[in-house]
Design a protein around this ligand. Structure first.
Ligand SMILES: [Cu+2]
Length: 69
């Protein structure tokens, strides 16, 4: 398992937090996500053989948010 932290722009409420969580947890290989509204970021634990940072970032952007890093 691998862990990455991605900075996100555009989350304003718990609804946004849940949206980000939901899209990420639908990706196969994603084990656990922890979204922080205050820190505007998500920490994702994932299986690097099934998914990667590119796909994770894409899913966040597809959900309507901006990836900062
Ligand atoms: Cu919101």
């Amino acid at each position: 398992m691998q862990t990455t932290t991605i900075k996100i722009k555009g989350m304003t409420c718990m609804g946004c937090v849940n949206s980000v969580k939901n899209v990420l947890e639908k990706i196969s290989g994603v084990d656990r996500t922890e979204v922080s509204l205050e820190q505007a970021q998500v920490t994702i634990r994932y299986d690097a053989e099934e998914t990667g940072v590119g796909q994770l970032k894409q899913a966040i952007e597809d959900a309507g948010f901006d990836v900062v890093n």
